[in-house]
Design a protein around this ligand. Structure first.
Ligand code: GLC
Length: 458
């Protein structure tokens, strides 16, 4: 395109210079005809008349440090197959920081990044801000293949906004309980706990025994720092008897089930001492994973990504861990929070056709299979769960399928992140003992309702 414009410019200047030397009428006719020809060429060039130069796609992605080798490799594979260059924009692991670093360019209507991964928790905000390119036309043209290959519940819940498809799931997350099967056996404890009380009993026994040789042993690590992960843990501690109840402006969190859950979380740290004191100051996904992987914990609450890392060559817990659903206070009332990351295209991208190709590549069967085999992540496509190679490598995909299929979403509201930030602050105050669970939840609810009513409660 740029070359074409340059040629047009040179040609036009040439005619201008010669205009004075020639017969006026002929020169004007010749010049107009040639300019029209070139203009027509410029118009058709990008759609195929002459090969258009593919634009570079800027792809923003974050995660644990080990993930980047994988993204890097995928991107190089895409470039080799398509001739489209991709610039990888590295983001941190923390979902809040990742959101912030996207909000700035998107709200300023910048042309980059073109493609990015979004946490399921904040897709609604991006969609309501009209930052996301609708994807229905892509499917209508057969772009990303078969829409039925994706989980319909996830597409409806997370990827559709105002009747438009605006994102596609790259991987889905559900909270899980990792445990050391060797330690449960060593202490004659049988299977993993189904209830929080049982977890507490097992934790106390194992911790007491292990502390003799390992003074830094803490039986249970989970995400308790003040960030989005704390909300995910809290919803799981509360199970089906708690969580966000009420809709929109009526959002209710100060409930008996939630008070019980929050008191239990605090007691794990401050009373029973089975979760480390830095739980509420530092514990995010990677802190919990590394602690458990170092061999210093019995239980860990984390997302599926931790599995492959625990099982990696050289990991001290390799071959000693197993996965179970998160416990609940009453058997059968367990909840796994629905997490996951979805790819979207910026409405102000200057490389939309190239971005669509990258999006379709990321959600293709081959890439999703690789993501499951290499990283142990749960694919966003349901057809990959039937793949024999995937099932052989990840037997828990079959066993825990109901956990993932029924995982509970956080409220899907454009102002959810504001509600979450309020709740995080108050939960953290209760975990550190600065306020009681009742005070914390009552104060959170008041502030959350004020935010919701500012948005009209919807
Ligand atoms: C994971 C989940 C995401 C969640 C975040 C919290 O990345 O996929 O949904 O919000 O953890 O830390």
């Amino acid at each position: 395109m740029d070359l074409a414009r340059f040629v047009l410019f040179l040609f036009s200047s040439y005619l201008d210079t010669n205009f004075r030397k020639s017969k006026q009428g002929d020169a004007i006719k010749a010049r107009n005809a040639l300019l029209a020809l070139l203009a027509a060429w410029l118009t058709i060039a990008p759609t195929g008349g002459v090969a258009a130069e593919a634009k570079t796609v800027t792809f923003a992605v974050g995660g644990a440090s080990a993930d980047f080798d994988f993204w890097e490799e995928l991107v190089r594979e895409f470039e080799a197959g398509t001739g489209i260059d991709v610039e990888l924009l590295r983001q941190p692991m923390d979902t809040g920081l990742r959101r912030q670093s996207l909000v700035v360019p998107l709200s300023a209507r910048k042309s980059d990044p073109d493609v990015f991964l979004m946490d399921v928790a904040w897709i609604a905000q991006f969609a309501a801000s009209r930052w996301l390119e609708p994807l229905d036309p892509t499917f209508a043209k057969g772009g990303c293949g078969d829409r039925d290959a994706f989980f319909p519940r996830i597409l409806t819940l997370a990827d559709t906004y105002g009747g438009e498809l605006i994102a596609l799931p790259v991987f889905v997350d559900g909270g899980l309980l990792y445990y050391r099967s060797d330690l449960l056996q060593k202490y004659g404890l049988g299977g993993p706990p189904r209830t929080w009380d049982e977890l507490l009993r097992q934790a106390k026994k194992v911790q007491e025994g292990e502390r003799r040789a390992t003074p830094g042993f803490f039986a249970f690590v989970w995400q308790g720092a003040q960030y989005e992960g704390l909300i995910c843990s809290f919803l799981e501690f509360a199970g089906r008897d708690g969580g966000f109840t009420g809709k929109g402006g009526d959002v209710a969190v100060d409930t008996p089930g939630n008070r019980k859950a929050l008191a239990f979380m605090r007691d794990l740290i401050l009373r029973h001492g089975i979760s480390p004191p830095n739980t509420y100051t530092e514990m995010k996904e990677e802190e919990a994973r590394l602690f458990f992987q170092g061999g210093d914990a019995l239980f860990e609450r984390n997302w599926p990504y931790a599995w492959a890392l625990h099982e990696a060559q050289g990991s001290p817990v390799r071959g000693k861990t197993a996965i179970a659903p998160v416990p609940s206070f009453t058997p059968g009332r367990s909840v796994s929070t629905l997490g996951g990351w979805h790819a979207g295209i910026s409405r102000t991208s200057d490389a939309k056709p190239e971005s669509v190709r990258l999006l379709c590549f990321l959600t293709s069967y081959e890439v999703q299979k690789k993501l499951a085999l290499r990283l142990g992540w749960n694919p966003g496509r349901r057809d990959v769960y039937e793949d024999p190679d995937v099932l052989a490598r990840m037997p828990h995909f079959r066993a825990l399928r109901p956990v993932f299929e029924n995982a509970r979403p956080r409220p899907i509201l454009p102002y959810y992140t504001q509600l979450s930030e309020i709740l995080q602050r108050h939960l953290s105050a209760a975990l550190s003992g600065r306020s009681s669970p009742g005070e914390a939840l009552a104060a959170a609810q008041k502030e959350m309702r004020a935010v919701a009513s500012r948005y009209g409660g919807r």
